[in-house]
Design a protein around this ligand. Sequence first.
Ligand SMILES: Cc1cc2nc3c(=O)[nH]c(=O)nc-3n(C[C@H](O)[C@H](O)[C@H](O)COP(=O)(O)OP(=O)(O)OC[C@H]3O[C@@H](n4cnc5c(N)ncnc54)[C@H](O)[C@@H]3O)c2cc1C
Length: 290
Amino acid sequence: MMPLRRFTIHQPRNLKEASEMLAQFGEKGRLYAGGTELLLAMKHDLLRYEHLVDVKTASGLDRIERKDFALHIGGIATHRAIENSPLVREHFPVICEMERNVANVRVRAAGTLGGNLCFGEPHSDPANLLLALNAKARVRGRSEDRVLAMDELIAGAYETSLAPDEILTGVEIPLAPKSQKAAYLKFQIHERPTLGVALVLELDESGRAITKARAVVGCVSPKPCRSEKAEALLVGERENVEKQLPEAAKALADAAQPVDDLEGSAEYKRHLIGVFLRRAFAKALSKPVA
Ligand SMILES: Cc1cc2nc3c(=O)[nH]c(=O)nc-3n(C[C@H](O)[C@H](O)[C@H](O)COP(=O)(O)OP(=O)(O)OC[C@H]3O[C@@H](n4cnc5c(N)ncnc54)[C@H](O)[C@@H]3O)c2cc1C
């Protein structure tokens, strides 16, 4: 590892000041939250910044609250805070469970949701589940506030659609009706996940038919991905949908276009998508895993 190059940490008093600093420093500056990605990349000399703007000094961004029929999670809420939040557990136990399996406890204690989403590392969990839950990202820059869908925020591997002065202030997740069932499963053998599958199903009153489905596969290619074809196959009487799972998995894999990388071959990942979609379906509907 290279010795860390010199840099200055700035502590803005509020978001406006943080955005202005980012605009002023341009390519020489970067927003910094927990530092678990950024400082590691700087230590390896993969990224070089002379100025780091500490977003943690801008107050309020760690809040987790229920407001306007949505759960709001602040951009600097740590993985650990989300994992342990009674409010998140009450409304979205699936998010607590996903967070509990992110990295290790040291990374979760310092690493933030905003840092995870804005680094755009493809082998990550939160964006997969948040896309399936139809979450929106709230963004603030010097001149305007924007709301982006998860798949608009993540532009590709290590790329977001944020302008240099923009800060992710939080995500909002529409509160789920009781008829909504969700599951997130990942497969991981190394430090980062090889595959993440998120499934959100809405059931009719009888509980026997699925009326809406959102399925996301992530980590296998540059960004999390949905497939209209897969989601159409996941709607209908449970028994029929179960028979269509292999076809739905194929549609998801076709949409995601898995790539060969150090986590495994594209073919291997296509196989995993089939296995994990079946397991996620069983888990969402609390059935024994076949
Ligand atoms: C050993 C290890 C294992 C890991 N395993 C997993 C895993 O299993 N699953 C998984 O999902 N992740 C995993 N991670 C990634 C981890 O979740 C992230 O490192 C962490 O969430 C990053 O948050 P941070 O606050 O430290 O970001 P930082 O390192 O501070 O910042 C990362 C990037 O995001 C930008 N940024 C930060 N906050 C904001 C904001 N509010 N608005 C705009 N831009 C912002 C920064 O400018 C920087 O470019 C792992 C990481 C490590 C080190």
